[in-house]
Design a protein around this ligand. Structure first.
Ligand code: LMR
Length: 341
């Protein structure tokens, strides 16, 4: 059109950036906790997703401003805002994917586990609403501590008679991204070709990066592996320390969550060979009902758990301690969920 011909190259590039061209998306996606420090950047990136027809943004306060602002971005996803518990049901109705990020975040000196006391009730209430208003949705939980909150949510969904382990995830993608980044930096492999499985849970001692399975493979010294492992395990703490009272990672966590949710959406739409890691109900590890490892995603959610794979001696040793920590945190979530339901 005349109008298009008049655009400068820079304007054309910008237009392409903000106007994805995929076929009509079908999915309505809810973000619960959209207005916080993590919710805002996540809502912004999701607004740009090609695979979302409608974004339903929920929070206790401030959704009108966020939605007005986002609605001035010229991408396909329509924006709908919902504020306060009275509107939660309307927010969730018709959603095929729900991303739960509501809750308080860490300050220096806190472990993720320290958040359980305050966040457990929030997770229980929101999951209960999901069970009621969109029981078939893929429920992706990012509220910490993930190791306890996912088992907690499973109990609530069971109590409501709508539990399907294929549709419940703790988003651990940021751990995979952190492992990919340090591995690519050390080995010189291009970042877009690198993939390092991260197994276990989402806390310093429960996550185990499996550098022995990294792709493309590289021979690393034991000292390198130890250093890389510590840097992945301590990455979140390092950000909390640097922010010095300003909270925990938000932008990198939002980017990672966006990658995960887009993968779920692609799989729902029938795209093949979609693999992401997440913390899910699993029999990958004996006697441990939940575990994070690579998953093949499909139209019903988790299609196949790709399992733990072969671990090095060092990784197997770390895994023992990881399993012990995970067991306690999983049970804590289950007990709370059972009592709450
Ligand atoms: C992260 O991994 O950065 C998040 O889980 C936030 C946190 O408190 O560590």
């Amino acid at each position: 059109t005349t109008c298009r011909r008049l655009l400068t190259p820079a304007a054309t590039a910008l237009r392409r950036y903000y106007s994805p061209t995929s076929d009509s998306p079908r999915n309505r996606v809810a973000i619960l906790g959209a207005c916080g420090g993590l919710g805002q950047p996540l809502s912004l990136i999701m607004k740009r997703s090609e695979y979302i027809a409608e974004l339903a943004l929920y929070d206790k306060v401030d959704t009108a401003g966020l939605c007005a602002d986002l609605s001035h971005i010229s991408t396909k996803a329509a924006i709908k805002g919902y504020q306060g518990g009275d509107q939660l049901g309307d927010c969730l109705t018709g959603c095929s994917v729900v991303v739960m990020i509501a809750g308080i975040r860490r300050q220096p000196g806190m472990h993720r586990d320290s958040l359980f006391q305050q966040n457990a009730t929030i997770v229980a209430e929101l999951t209960d609403a999901v069970a009621k208003h969109c029981p078939k949705a893929q429920l992706c939980i990012l509220t910490n501590p993930i190791n306890s909150n996912v088992p907690l949510a499973a109990e609530i969904l069971k109590h409501r008679g709508v539990h399907d382990p294929r549709r419940l995830y703790g988003i651990t993608t940021v751990d995979s991204v952190r492992a990919d980044v340090v591995y690519a930096k050390l080995t010189g492999h291009p970042l877009d070709k690198v993939s390092v499985p991260v197994l276990g849970g989402h806390s310093g001692h429960s996550l185990v990066p499996a550098f022995s399975q990294a792709q493309p493979p590289s021979r690393l010294s034991p000292e390198d592996v130890r250093r890389l492992t510590e840097s992945v395990r301590g990455a979140a703490d390092a950000i909390v320390a640097v922010k010095a009272g300003g909270g925990s990672a938000t932008l990198s966590v939002a980017a990672a969550a966006h990658r995960f949710v887009n993968s779920v959406l692609l799989a729902l739409d029938g795209r093949q060979n979609i693999i992401e890691s997440a913390f899910v109900e699993s029999d990958a590890m004996p006697d441990l009902p939940f575990f994070s490892c690579p998953l093949l995603l499909g139209q019903n959610g988790v299609e196949r758990n790709l399992g733990v794979g072969q671990l090095s001696e060092y990784e197997a040793e770390l895994m023992k301690a990881a399993v012990a920590e995970l067991r306690v945190q999983i049970e804590k979530g289950q007990e709370f969920g059972l009592a709450w339901a």
